[in-house]
Design a protein around this ligand. Structure first.
Ligand SMILES: NC(=O)c1ccc[n+]([C@@H]2O[C@H](COP(=O)([O-])OP(=O)(O)OC[C@H]3O[C@@H](n4cnc5c(N)ncnc54)[C@H](OP(=O)(O)O)[C@@H]3O)[C@@H](O)[C@H]2O)c1
Length: 260
């Protein structure tokens, strides 16, 4: 068990919510962030009913003041911040570059890239003090071009490289980019629903097939790996891009958790 405090963005749904539940079971204090206030309140109640500690700090990671408030409220309630998990994300626009809406590109980069940058900066004093951990949720799309996903691919590639710079600058913290696999979440629904008009048919069909054939990962599977990394990743992994099924994470999991 641990007394650590973990901030998780994108914690209303999908991977972020699943990670919050596992990290709470592992004994961490959880600070859940997203824009959906009601969902966050439900998750906090669920964690508290199971004997855990959690607060909700609703907000938009693309707003600097919300990033600062997130860290301040974590400190007010729990007295420290040990880890930040940047899981908030958006896939849109799904459209070829020649037709993509620049306003939605801008929002994509603000949520997927600028948000994590601003939150990390806001939390760094605490993270350095406690030799903390930052886990940035990336995507295979950061390194493999997916036609129709230009904003998302560019933002996640930027996030990977930002993490490298962070790891090179700050030796007091452990900064990792995480590849969660293809997960059964709202984001995949968006790809299935909106991909037909914005992706080449064979690419879109691939994602329909993942769903039809039951190949999507349940969020708690990569969420378990993410929770363990955020609490126990060793300093020598800083700067690395780690897939959810990296055997080293499974090893950490065996070392530190009973059920996950
Ligand atoms: N699903 C996959 O197959 C897959 C694959 C590779 C990587 N990923 C990555 O995994 C992460 C989690 O995605 P997911 O699949 O769990 O998607 P999801 O179910 O759509 O969840 C996205 C989360 O981000 C939050 N969010 C979006 N914009 C936000 C903002 N401006 N401020 C704060 N929170 C915001 C959403 O909550 P609100 O709407 O309530 O704000 C929601 O909680 C993302 O970074 C995604 O890129 C997913």
């Amino acid at each position: 068990m641990t007394e650590k405090t973990v901030i998780i963005t994108g914690a209303s749904k999908g991977l972020g919510a699943a990670t919050a539940f596992v990290a709470a079971e592992l004994g961490a204090n959880i600070v859940l962030n997203a824009r959906s206030t009601d969902l966050l309140a439900e998750h906090v109640a669920h964690i508290r009913n199971a004997g855990g500690n959690a607060i909700a700090v609703p907000g938009d990671v693309s707003r600097l003041e919300d990033c600062h408030r997130l860290v301040e409220e974590a400190l007010t309630h729990f007295g420290r911040v040990d880890s930040v998990i940047n899981s908030a994300g958006t896939i849109e626009p799904i459209a070829p570059i020649r037709r993509a809406d620049p306003g939605i590109w801008q929002k994509n980069l603000e949520i997927n890239l600028l948000g994590p940058m601003m939150l990390i900066q806001a939390a760094l004093p605490q993270l350095m003090l406690h030799h903390g951990r930052i886990i940035n949720v990336s995507s295979g799309a950061a390194v493999n071009a997916v036609p129709g996903w230009s904003g998302y691919c560019a933002a996640k590639a930027g996030l990977n490289h930002f993490n490298q710079v962070l790891a090179a600058e700050e030796k007091e913290v452990t900064a990792i980019t995480f590849l969660p696999g293809i997960i059964d979440t709202h984001m995949q629904e968006v790809v299935r629903d909106k991909g037909a008009g914005g992706m080449p048919p064979e690419q879109h069909a691939r994602f329909l097939r993942f769903h039809q054939q039951g190949e999507l990962l349940p969020p708690e599977v990569p969420g378990g790996a993410l929770a363990i990394l955020s609490l126990y990743a060793p300093a020598e992994w800083s700067g690395q891009l780690m897939p959810w099924d990296d055997p080293r994470i499974q090893h950490l999991r065996l070392q530190y958790s009973a059920g996950h």
